[in-house]
Design a protein around this ligand. Structure first.
Ligand code: FAD
Ligand code: DLZ
Ligand code: SF4
Length: 512
């Protein structure tokens, strides 16, 4: 009699109730497999971080007395897929029961359900005990046939449910639910960004194993001085460091970008959260508690902004994913078909904002929200890149990219490919925004003030051409109607020059 329990690469929570009791009749299985490393090209650091985390959890479970069967990527007995390896283990241990935690990815969920239906063993699916809400919680909150689900309304419900940043009367602290308007300052060098809280692992041997197994990756592995946490203690130390050093200025500079700091005051906790080393409730509670202790050092606007990302956006995005899959993956509401430029894989582009943001992503597997949304994503949206190609790139490149969170952010928030279901406006910008929120334009060969000249910033022609191309769709959108009207009221000659410039840029997209 043996129960086999599967632990996926993003289920590294050592506090899960599974592990509370040692039971010699239970065998935990973790697998480094090619079916997971190869379904999209992955950044080297993402593969290393997931494998390192799985190995550390396996070690910890063994040390606590649990039975563990771990498949390493290069081992001869590894049949390189969940199903094939599970069958091996079932035979090895004489399995009589199979259990797994609810997967977060639609593809894996489907595959495991199909496997369970055919494996001949009674199977139980248990909660991963990570999220605040059920997969269906967001869908249940909104009207079924609503054209748009507004995050803000769901977020308020989550504030009430968690009682975070609420006063005794049941109203939001400070009287407002959302302080976003206070959180849009550019950063000009002061206050200095906090000393970084990265760990520094040497994963040289693991990286050699990954390469020897033939796993194809891209990006800088950083195997020496590897910065991502691989266990809960390291993740908790990073949470503490963020609260202490980053949170006080998180709000003010949340939207700022600068060549001298790849993160400014952002937490870099997304990897630890997404592989479940940290729980969203403990992260949001730590921030709210800091504000309660010292509201001067931890302003309400900063704290509320951070808490909203975790209990609002993160949960809402997950609910949209489960409500809209599998069709969401192929949504292309604006009919965009341009191929992703090859420099997304090399960073070799002259546009300084993109060179910096893509180069940083390839080097570090990380970019913060505004780089993802308003530089890289906005370029793809206004140039008209096929959203499925954009989605594939984002899923591979970022350390925190798991499809349940990545896909709605790319398809919905960034590429507006879902017809505006998730985002109430297309998030896009011209050079004026980049110039205001960063120092990128200073080191750029293009002119941020010009729209159509030979050295005009490409973002400008793409931006205005985007509104011209899609004016019928967005003219009545209260959030962007003004920009659309501005484009529509330009003299015909100027419109023609913008369209011509954008077409030329598209034709020469590899040379930008
Ligand atoms: P912080 O700015 O410190 O924010 C704190 C936490 O809030 C993050 O760690 C994250 O868990 C959560 N959060 C913030 N914004 C969002 C959001 N929009 N959706 C969900 N959670 C959010 N996040 C991912 O975790 N994985 C992805 O693959 C991913 N892809 C994205 C793609 C695009 C096009 C965009 C616009 C955003 C994407 N995000 C993704 C959301 C966000 O950009 C990252 O969570 C954030 O940049 C991670 O860095 P951080 O931990 O320093 O975040
Ligand atoms: C992303 C990833 C990678 C690169 N490798 C593995 C792996 O070898 N084994 C594993 O269990 N999980 C891996 N993952 C994460 C999965 O692709 C997938 O995203 C989650 O397990 C499903 O939620
Ligand atoms: Fe980017 Fe244009 Fe500024 Fe260059 S000028 S950094 S391309 S916004």
């Amino acid at each position: 009699m043996a129960t086999v329990r599967l632990i996926l690469g993003d289920q590294l929570n050592p506090t899960h109730r599974w592990f509370r009791q040692v039971d010699p009749a239970v065998v935990y299985v973790l697998m480094e497999v090619r079916s997971e490393t190869d379904y999209v090209p992955h950044h080297a650091q993402k593969v290393i971080a997931i494998f390192a985390g799985m190995r550390r959890l396996a070690e910890q479970l063994r040390a606590a007395g649990h039975r563990v069967r771990a498949f390493r990527i290069g081992h001869a007995d590894n049949r390189q897929s969940f199903a094939a390896n599970l069958r091996t283990v079932f035979t090895e241990v004489g399995a009589t029961r199979f259990e797994y935690q609810e997967p977060d990815e639609w593809r894996v969920d489907q595959d495991l359900a199909a496997f369970a239906a055919n494996c001949g063993l009674p199977t139980t699916v248990v909660s991963s005990e990570h999220f605040l809400d059920a997969r269906t919680g967001v869908a249940a909150h909104f009207q079924k046939d609503a054209k748009r689900w507004l995050m803000e309304s769901y977020y308020r419900k989550m504030r009430v449910r968690t009682q975070l940043l609420m006063d005794a009367a049941g109203t939001p602290l400070g009287g407002e639910w959302n302080y976003d308007a206070e959180n849009r300052k550019p950063w000009k060098g002061t206050p200095p960004p906090p000393a970084v809280w990265d760990v520094s692992h040497d994963h040289g041997a693991l990286w050699a194993e990954i390469q020897a197994a033939g796993v194809k990756t891209f990006g800088e592995p950083s195997a020496a001085g590897f910065p991502w946490p691989c266990d809960r203690a390291e993740a908790l130390a990073q949470l503490d460091a963020f609260i202490e050093r980053g949170l006080p200025n998180f709000g003010d500079y949340e939207d700022a970008m600068h060549t001298t700091s790849d993160r400014l005051f952002h937490s870099r906790l997304s990897f630890a959260l997404n592989v479940k080393l940290l729980s969203p409730l403990e992260v949001a509670t730590a921030a709210a508690e800091a504000h309660r202790r010292d509201p001067v050092r931890y302003p309400l606007a900063a704290t509320e902004g951070f808490v909203r990302q975790i209990i609002g956006w993160r949960e809402y995005i997950r609910g949209v994913y489960w409500a809209k899959m599998p069709g969401y993956a192929t949504a292309n509401g604006l009919g965009h078909t341009l191929s992703l430029p090859s420099w997304f894989w090399t960073g070799k582009v002259k546009m300084n904002c993109l060179r910096h943001s893509i180069g940083q992503s390839l080097q570090t597997a990380y970019a913060h929200h505004i780089q993802r949304l308003m530089v890289i994503g906005s370029f793809c949206l206004t140039a008209g890149v096929d959203p499925a190609e954009v989605e594939r790139w984002y899923l591979g490149v970022y350390i925190d990219a798991f499809q349940w969170v990545e896909l709605p952010n790319v398809i919905g928030m960034s590429q507006h490919a879902d017809g505006g279901f998730l985002a109430s406006k297309p998030y896009c910008c011209a050079a004026s925004y980049v110039s205001k929120m960063s120092n990128y334009c200073g080191g750029c060969p293009y002119d941020p003030k010009d729209r159509t000249g030979p050295l005009a910033c490409p973002l400008n022609a793409f931006y205005w051409d985007f509104w011209l191309r899609h004016q019928d769709r967005f003219l009545n959108n209260p959030r962007v109607g003004m920009a659309v009207r501005q484009a529509a009221q330009m003299p015909p000659a100027e419109q023609a020059a913008i369209r011509k410039k954008a077409a030329e840029l598209r034709a020469n997209i590899e040379e930008l």
